[in-house]
Design a binder for this molecule. Structure first.
Ligand SMILES: C[S@@+](CC[C@H](N)C(=O)[O-])C[C@H]1O[C@@H](n2cnc3c(N)ncnc32)[C@H](O)[C@@H]1O
Length: 356
């Protein structure tokens, strides 16, 4: 048997994500709802700032970033656009950004949308050779690595870690995947890969179904450890972050867990138009089985804090200022819960400091 016949025998066919027609959805202003702006983006910026702080790059030096699965370049905006505090994680003048994506429409749309001379976009698959050049940060956001099976994620991370060790330098790697134990898909917690509908927000138009892989901290760490062993890379620091415990986008659609309260829609309504919203609609009853004990204990603690935040507002109509205070309290619960990093949110992010 020739080597190529053996490869075909042993490896399942390589699938490529299909995002046909989705690029415009990613750029639509509707997509940046209050939950995204006030909770998800601040958490993502915190992750990126944390990763850069590990590298001790001098304040005036350029920072070279490879954004894996860059789509329409949310990663570039997270890096260089001012956050809620008016400050960008990285001044655009210091950013040297390369976006890598396997989808030609995404690459073309991103290149047309981001005209900064500090950004370029490359068509390619992270499982193949990476774009030329050395990078300080191998970023990912918007869960691109979940498109891969876990053996393929191992392959992709080996490619990233291998390029760091080949350059004999340190770099930070941000691995963003879907969280296995999000309430958005509680009825599917027993599965680690299933057909995920990217139906976006109600009325958002596009609907794409793709098999996606879901991780908790243990399963993600296992894949990272395999890639590190293959490449000889040393991981000298790591952190894990959950993003959107109750406010993931599928608590607006209910697609995978029809019984879940529409937490995201309700919190968005508290910010935009609170008429008719009642605090009791936001009550959270955590699962008592179906996940590891640490996950269930974390969700129970989260529920105590979330429901205590609702308590003063239960049983009465909300004034505009009540609604603003309640929204603020609930969004604070979400941002504060991020540090657990167990795979209980819409996304789970591992941040790694890699040394040769
Ligand atoms: C959900 S989108 C996220 C895009 C962007 N990072 C964001 O935060 O909006 C996932 C992206 O990963 C890309 N992708 C999926 N598999 C990939 C692969 N094997 N190599 C490179 N890009 C990939 C898709 O084409 C898509 O643009």
């Amino acid at each position: 048997m020739s080597p190529s016949e053996r490869d075909l025998d042993e490896s399942p066919a390589r699938a490529v994500a299909s995002y046909e027609g989705a690029a415009q959805h990613y750029l639509s202003p509707q997509r940046r709802d209050p939950v995204k702006v006030l909770s998800e983006e601040p958490i993502s910026r915190r992750i990126i700032a944390g990763a850069l702080s590990w590298l001790d790059i001098p304040d005036d030096a350029p920072v070279r970033v490879l954004d894996v699965g860059s789509g329409t370049a949310d990663g570039f905006s997270l890096l260089t656009a001012p956050g809620e505090d008016g400050v960008a994680v990285l001044p655009e003048s210091r950013c040297r950004y390369v976006g890598l994506d396997v989808d030609p429409e995404m690459v073309a749309t991103a290149a047309a949308h981001i005209t900064s001379p500090r950004a370029e976009f490359v068509l390619g698959d992270v499982r193949d050779d990476l774009p030329d050049g050395e990078f300080d940060l191998y970023l990912s956001c918007g869960v691109p690595y979940s498109h891969l099976r876990s053996d393929e994620l191992g392959e992709a991370l080996a490619s990233v870690l291998g390029s760091i060790t080949a350059g004999r330098r340190r770099a930070a790697v941000v691995v963003d995947v879907l969280g296995r134990y999000s309430v958005e898909w509680q009825p599917r917690w027993h599965l680690d890969r299933w057909d995920y509908a990217m139906s976006f927000f109600a009325g958002g138009g596009e609907h794409i179904e793709e098999p996606m892989t879901f991780y908790d901290r243990t399963s993600l760490d296992r894949v990272v450890a395999g890639a590190a062993a293959t490449t000889g890379a040393r991981i000298t620091r790591r952190a894990h972050t959950d993003r959107s415990v109750l406010l993931g986008r599928h608590t607006a659609t209910g697609t995978f867990h029809p019984g879940v309260p529409r937490f995201r829609s309700l919190v968005n309504a508290l910010v935009r138009d609170p008429e008719g919203v009642r605090a009791e609609q936001l009550h959270f009853t955590p699962a008592v089985d179906g996940a590891p004990d640490a996950v269930l204990a974390h969700l129970a603690a989260f529920a105590r804090r979330w429901n205590a935040t609702l308590e003063p507002f239960v049983g009465r109509a909300l004034s505009d200022s009540d609604a603003a205070r309640l929204a603020d309290g609930l969004l604070t619960c979400e941002r504060d819960a991020a540090g657990a990093g167990l795979g209980v949110g819409h996304s789970l992010t591992a941040t790694l400091l890699v040394e040769p």
